[in-house]
Design a protein around this ligand. Structure first.
Ligand code: NAD
Length: 246
């Protein structure tokens, strides 16, 4: 499905990013694994990808930093010879009630989750324009659509990602660069591991499919958006949430 394509997935050493990186590789793409934390985990993903018979490389970069983003894209292009697919997946949360939320907690989340998407998108844009095509897939969240108490910073960033997706889709359409977003609901990863059983039960009660999602549920939709099957789709956000937000 993606043979001969070159992809970069941010925050790909674990969770949803790792699942996306592996899924794209399974479909034949060479995949660059961006990481900010553990190099060992990123290396493990690189090795898993290489075992699938495609190329992989790990690239350390803070997605919110302009120079890091530019250098990361340069490294990937020099390694693979091009870049066709960018998945902006890296994200953090710093949950708190608005009245208690520190400015720093707000800034950190906006920086990584929203500015990071801007920086990486900008960094790949020239290359994709030169190649006369590309796919950018941004990982938003259903709470960016619905809002969520205790997550004013996170929901503002994720709603921002949806707006950024639409504007970029309009700007890049004439260059055959398609930009879409996915909005996962509650997906079982390290990010949701910290939740108590009570919080998980509360979530299940609002999910019509009555189960939490898996990283692979998100990865398969990203793979579709990266493929030729999605040639006529741009500027869209697809909820992957078991029917939570309709
Ligand atoms: P995770 O914490 O397991 O993974 C996030 C990854 O991003 C980590 O590898 C982390 O090192 C990396 N990262 C963080 N800051 C970075 C930075 N500045 N530069 C580069 N990398 C950075 O979380 P996850 O659950 O796999 O989440 C992945 C994405 O999916 C995030 O954008 C998250 O907001 C979104 N999402 C998750 C859920 C969920 O339920 N898990 C739901 C909706 C959306």
């Amino acid at each position: 499905m993606l043979e001969g394509k070159n992809a970069l997935v941010t925050g790909a050493s674990r969770g949803i990013g790792r699942a996306i990186a592996l899924e794209l590789a399974r479909q034949g793409a060479n995949v660059a694994v961006n990481f900010a934390g553990s190099e060992d985990k990123a290396q493990a993903v690189v090795e898993e990808i290489e075992q699938l018979g495609v190329q992989s490389v790990k690239v350390q970069a803070n997605v919110a930093d302009e120079n890091d983003a530019k250098t990361m894209v340069k490294e990937v292009v020099s390694q693979f010879g091009g870049l066709d697919i960018l998945v902006n997946n890296a994200g953090i949360n710093r949950d708190n009630l608005l009245m208690r939320m520190k400015e720093d907690e707000f800034d950190q989340v906006i920086d990584t989750n929203l500015k990071g998407v801007f920086q990486c998108t900008k960094a790949v844009s020239r290359q994709m324009m030169k190649q006369k095509g590309g796919r950018i897939i941004n990982v938003s969240s259903v709470v960016g659509v619905s809002g969520n108490a205790g997550q004013a910073n996170y929901t503002a960033a994720k709603a921002g990602v949806i707006g950024l997706t639409k504007s970029t889709a309009k700007e890049f359409a004439s260059r055959n660069i398609l930009v879409n977003a996915v909005a996962p609901g509650f997906i079982e990863t390290d990010m949701t591991d910290a939740l108590t059983d009570e919080q998980k039960d509360g979530m299940l009660s609002v999910i019509p499919l009555e189960k939490l999602g898996k990283p692979e549920d998100v990865a398969r939709v990203v793979r579709f958006l990266a493929s030729d099957d999605a040639n006529y789709i741009t500027g869209q956000t697809i909820n992957i949430d078991g029917g939570m937000v309709m």
